[in-house]
Design a protein around this ligand. Structure first.
Ligand code: MIG
Length: 734
């Protein structure tokens, strides 16, 4: 093989039968691609390092990295001389192990042909994390998955190959050196994670070409480098961190006001109500049924006074109806997807429906205008994008449907992504801080939207699934995420609701949502015991909002993951590698909830010394048996940490005049972020960032890092777990 340095800093690799391009993104990351890569949806712009890398025969060396090729362009990567990654020729999936026809007769869907046209395998035997929202445990070792955005209403179980999102990002984990692989290809892709062969991770794509990014380093650095490439979740408005209530079936203004009233009577704070498809006129996007919501702007105004914000749902499919503005405009301008030159029809909620050709930037601009107008007309706070896989009722869209410059087979996995982009841009046009929650996503959708994990069920399996699913979605670049608390489908028993809310208090999106036709799932729709447990969990959540907001800021500014599997913070502790039952927020909060019906106690591995948040009991590093029944809010604070909190009893998401700091152990530090809580001012520097430092000798000090606005704070309340409380003026260290 031969390597030629190109004038722009890239390297052309000439193998026996193929040619590829390599470029360095940093001293710990490179991109390897085919010659004919299409423009990326995930990577907005890429600057190639004119690196000063040295070519030496079949190898390229750049600082600590060395990449060696053979004649077929298989490659090995060395970091500081240590072998970090070795590719092998693509190993096709042996999906059909034997004659499956007999099983198919009864409806079993085992085995399907491998449609890959190319791919790569990598030598690896160890834990693998990432891959977005896939089902199954945290560690994907032993599983195979498919990236093809899928709305399957059956209960999401481990045998599912795909869900709504396709995030082709994997972490091949080793404590000292983790490898991140990002396969930027929007076609249907397969992943075999040490399943067919325990020593191989295999990736295959069904169309397009190879466009691979490899990252090397400690896991947090690898994730941060990946998200700095594809983009990070914008900061949500602070009110969105409060309790959110949703249900498919809030039919009219009265239903919405009843929710507010129900929460008020139950004495549980509430910050957001979602309007599911029911608010629309005949399920037409950007319309409001006036007979049921006579004056949406008046309603949002009224609710805002009570600190409640409305978030309506928007569907991807557009109703076919002459005289309906969106349909007419889309038809006039050729903005809908086509098949053989004709506008393509399928069926979704509005009945006969057409699909905006979202891949086309003109269609995105048009949609974003509609979003901006809708935001201004109605005063709503956010938008939930649904059915954007795209989902359809009369069979899947044919693979040839033209979606604005790409056929469906290449557009499918980025259809929701482009809808989210348009939605995000609508907020920017309206001068509002974007709050978009999406069901479908691709790598980099994080630039535009947070996400929920779609239609889970009110079952214990889905309570348990929420932990690894949110952890892997986080590691795949999404910070502002949550599951439907209580479960979407099915009737939620009270003891499951009690555990679900206790297990969800760290999720940035804390949304109780349920399907039409299921039992009502609002906290006050259960018995008093459930309401009491719910109230306690939500009151704790409102105390934690400053910490959650701080972490969301840090995720945006530095790529630090918000919801973390324990392995992220404790890569040396083997006990964390397969921990599916505990999760951390940031560096110091750990939640180890009760996850089984009837459970009374559970084991938890503490990778450090931790204190229980509620009663300050110290748990030493190692295995512990802890109380874990339906009442247990098993939140723990790491020793040697500082938490930023709202005062006990806070019921709003507004910044308080007292900054409460919980200080454990001796030496500790954290950052604290403050801004207007909403609006776009923070993007122009209107925020304050503080470094809070403490040790026994010098006490606690608040050091300004960035001062861009007047502070909300008048006082600081410092609490320690040995019972000391200090109240003092909010004074910054010079
Ligand atoms: O197929 O709008 O995931 O949250 O309530 C059902 C009705 C369509 C699916 C969403 C769910 C929402 C529901 N939607």
């Amino acid at each position: 093989m031969r390597i030629a340095a190109l004038p722009n800093g890239e390297f052309q690799l000439e193998g026996r039968s193929l040619t590829r391009i390599l470029s360095f993104l940093s001293p710990v990351a490179f991109r390897l691609r085919d010659l004919d890569c299409p423009a990326s949806f995930a990577v907005p712009k890429l600057s190639v390092l004119s690196s000063g890398a040295k070519v030496n025969g079949n190898r390229i060396e750049y600082e600590s990295l060395r990449v060696e090729f053979d004649d077929e362009l298989n490659f090995q990567v060395y970091v500081n001389g240590v072998k970090a990654l070795a590719s092998r020729p693509y190993k096709p999936a042996e999906l059909t192990h034997d004659d499956v026809d007999i099983a198919k007769k009864e409806g079993h869907e085992n085995g399907s042909a491998d449609s890959s046209i190319g791919g790569l395998s990598f030598e690896f035997n160890g834990p693998v994390y990432g891959l977005g929202d896939k089902t199954g445990p945290l560690n994907k070792q032993g599983y195979a998955y498919i990236n093809w955005n899928t709305d399957d209403p059956h209960p999401h179980v481990e045998t599912f190959k795909s869900l709504y999102k396709s995030i082709p990002f994997l972490l091949l984990f080793k404590p000292e050196l983790t490898v991140g692989l990002f396969f930027d290809n929007t076609s249907l892709c397969r992943f075999d994670i040490e399943k067919e062969d325990p020593d191989l991770v295999t990736y295959g794509y069904s169309d397009g070409s190879l466009d691979l990014y490899c990252f090397f380093g400690a896991m947090p650095d690898v994730v941060s480098d990946y998200t700095s490439l594809v983009g990070r979740n914008p900061l949500p408005p602070r009110w969105a961190l409060g309790a959110q209530q949703s249900r498919w079936g809030y039919l009219n203004e009265r239903d919405v006001l009843e929710v507010v009233e129900g929460y008020r009577k139950a004495d549980i704070p509430l910050s957001v109500i979602y309007l599911d498809i029911d608010y629309m006129d005949r399920y037409m996007d950007f319309t409001v049924d006036k007979s049921r919501f006579p004056d949406m702007a008046a309603l949002t105004g009224k609710l805002a006074k009570e600190g409640v914000h409305l978030i309506p749902l928007i569907d991807a499919g557009v109703k076919v109806l002459d005289g309906y503005k969106i349909y007419d405009e889309g038809m006039e301008n050729g903005y809908f997807s086509t098949l053989d030159g004709e506008v393509y029809h399928n069926e979704v909620w509005p009945g006969d429906a057409v699909f905006p050709a979202f891949i086309n930037p003109k269609v995105q601009a048009w949609w974003s205008d509609k979003v901006a107008d809708f935001l201004k007309e109605t005063g709503i706070g956010g938008i939930e994008n649904d059915m954007n896989e795209p989902a359809s009722f009369k069979g899947p869209l044919p693979l040839e449907v033209e979606m604005g410059g790409l056929p469906h087979k290449l557009a499918h996995n980025v259809y929701g992504h482009c809808m989210d982009k348009a939605t995000y841009e609508g907020f920017v046009k309206a001068g509002k801080r974007p709050y978009v929650i999406t069901r479908a996503a691709y790598a980099g959708t994080s630039r535009y939207a947070g996400a929920w994990t779609g239609d889970n069920n009110s079952i214990y399996d889905h309570l348990r699934l929420s932990i690894p699913q949110l952890a892997n979605l986080s590691l795949s670049g999404f910070a502002n995420i949550g599951v439907d608390v209580g479960g979407f489908g099915g009737d939620c028993p009270d003891h499951l609701m009690q555990r679900f809310i206790n297990a969800s208090i760290l999720s940035p999106v804390l949304r109780n949502h349920s399907s039409i036709g299921t039992r009502h799932q609002e906290p006050y729709a259960f018995d008093e015991k459930t309401a009491e447990i719910y109230r306690k969990a939500i009151m704790t959540r409102y105390e934690l909002i400053p910490t959650i907001y701080d972490n969301l800021f840090l995720s945006l500014s530095s790529g630090l993951v918000v919801l973390r599997p324990l392995v992220y913070n404790f890569p040396e502790a083997k006990e964390t590698y397969n921990d599916n039952s505990a999760i951390m927020l940031g560096e110091s909060l750990l939640l180890a909830p009760s996850l089984m019906a009837g459970e009374i106690k559970r084991a938890v591995y503490f990778p450090d010394d931790f204190y229980s948040y509620a009663d300050h009991v110290l748990y030493k590093k190692g295995w512990n048996l802890i109380e874990a029944d339906e009442r247990s809010l098993n939140l723990f604070v790491r020793d040697h940490s500082i938490l930023t909190l709202n005062p006990v009893g806070t019921k709003t998401t507004d910044f308080q005049s007292v900054l409460r700091l919980l200080w454990t152990g001796n030496e500790a530090a954290c950052y604290h972020y403050e801004d207007a809580g909403d609006g776009l001012g923070y993007t122009k520097g209107e925020y304050n960032l503080y470094l809070i430092q403490a040790d026994e000798e010098h006490g606690l000090s608040i050091v300004p890092v960035h001062l861009g606005m007047p502070s909300h704070y008048k006082e600081v309340l410092i609490e320690t777990f040995d019972g000391r409380t200090i109240r003092r003026d909010f004074v910054l260290k010079d």
